[in-house]
Design a protein around this ligand. Structure first.
Ligand SMILES: Cc1ncc(COP(=O)(O)O)c(C=O)c1O
Length: 404
């Protein structure tokens, strides 16, 4: 019997905790940059599961690797060795320049690990008062307690106080404020090199330089939260590299497993030296399924030309979006890099997201007035053309005040 959207909505409203505001569509199948709903309708996917489906949907090579692993051995725990952690870790270290990797299952867990490792570093140095964090206004690092503590949005934070302390937030437009925010109690600065949930906002060069300067002068660690920007999304392996940042720790998630839940904390040698067995752990972290999937995704980036593809189509994407902005005054700015793009609108982006979906294109709203575009990293130029053509019609159909 065919499942209907109404059946799914009824079941969810009875039994699923209502923490999400979902859009009225249910997907059952995917292929490349396309998703198909319960009625067989075809959508072009420029959300990719919020930057997760890095190789698109149902990638034959990834599917084969996962299927083979599922039929062989999925999980044994971190009580024992298996063949795939070292492989995925060495590929991550090749891309990042950071030599050591801790595996976990999500972006928030990767951030938690980085925060713990930063505190552990100073504890090991005997500087037990260096426990604080400096984070960035507009930043988002996840929903668990540590990650939430360095996330700026008061709506996410307030109902769960008290959070981890002390955390000081700095305005990313005020690099000069960073030096005074970092004190002799600061363990680390945590910053996304380009804010994702915050509206596709790259850090300025000046702010990046200020991070480098204060970290060099005070020994403060820098944690680059690259859960959204990492692994090729911006056309760079990591966007911190584009800004000349020198992270001691990098949090990774989303794209890493191509849809298999995976996260990782990448760690410099000086921080790694401070970590001892028993300091951190995860039952699932780095299991055979996850690391096998991650190795496949990382191989695409390192050896199969995916990074170069992202740079090529990313430049094409930017040209198309700039042309779109020229035709529609509601778009005041095109931000981002590679295949991580945001359109700043003068009005709430919701009508654009809704009408685009009705016309077969999935895009996402963030920071209220921003249309966020995160297509699969395998997206083709022709699909970008199709998506921007749909957006052209959508912007033309939404009146200037943003009401359909
Ligand atoms: C920069 C950044 N950090 C951390 C997270 C949290 O990742 P997850 O939802 O996998 O826990 C996100 C999620 O959007 C993110 O964008």
């Amino acid at each position: 019997m065919k499942v209907t959207l109404d059946d799914i909505l009824a079941g969810e409203s009875r039994h699923v905790l209502q923490t999400y505001r979902r859009q009225p569509v249910a997907f059952v199948r995917g292929a490349g940059a396309h998703l198909f709903d319960v009625d067989g309708r075809d959508y072009l996917d420029f959300v990719s599961g919020i930057g997760v489906a890095s190789l698109g949907h149902a990638h034959p090579g990834l599917a084969a690797a996962i299927a083979e692993q599922a039929a062989t051995l999925l999980h044994t725990s971190n009580l024992y060795y298996h063949p795939f952690q070292a492989d995925a870790a060495s590929r991550l270290s090749q891309l990042s320049g950071l030599p050591r990797v801790f595996f976990c299952n999500s972006g928030a867990e990767a951030v938690e690990a980085c925060l713990k490792f930063a505190r552990r570093y100073w504890h090991t140095q005997g500087a037990k008062g260096r426990v604080g964090f400096v984070a960035i206004e507009g930043g988002f690092s996840g929903r668990t307690f540590g990650a939430l503590s360095v996330t700026h949005d008061a709506n996410y934070r307030a109902p769960f106080a008290p959070l981890l302390e002390p955390v000081t937030f700095v305005d990313p437009r005020a690099p000069e404020a960073l030096a005074s925010a970092v004190t002799d109690r600061t363990a680390a600065i945590i910053a996304e090199p380009m804010q994702g949930e915050g509206g596709i906002r790259p850090l300025s060069r000046e702010f990046a330089d200020a991070i480098n300067e204060v970290c060099t002068r005070t020994g403060t660690l820098y944690i680059a939260d690259e859960v959204q920007t990492g692994l090729g999304r911006t056309g760079y392996p990591f966007y911190s590299q584009a800004l000349g940042l020198r992270p001691d720790l990098i949090s990774v998630g989303k794209a890493l497993g191509g849809g298999v839940p995976m996260g990782a904390a990448l760690v410099s040698e000086r921080v790694a030296q401070a970590i001892a067995p028993g300091d951190h752990g995860s039952t699932y972290g780095g299991n055979l399924l996850g690391t096998r999937a991650a190795s496949f995704v990382l191989d695409q980036l390192l050896n199969q030309g995916l990074l170069e593809h992202i740079q090529d189509v990313g430049a094409h994407f930017e040209r198309r979006l700039r042309a779109l902005a020229l035709r529609h005054p509601a778009i005041t700015e095109v931000r981002g890099a590679g295949l991580m793009r945001g359109l700043q609108l003068v009005y709430d982006a919701k009508p654009i997201v809704d009408l685009a979906r009705e016309r077969g294109l999935l895009v996402n709203r963030t920071d209220e007035k921003v249309v966020r575009l995160l297509p699969p990293l395998t997206i083709e130029a022709a699909e970008i053309d199709r998506a921007t053509d749909i957006l052209d019609g959508v912007f033309a159909a939404v009146p200037a005040e943003g009401q359909v």
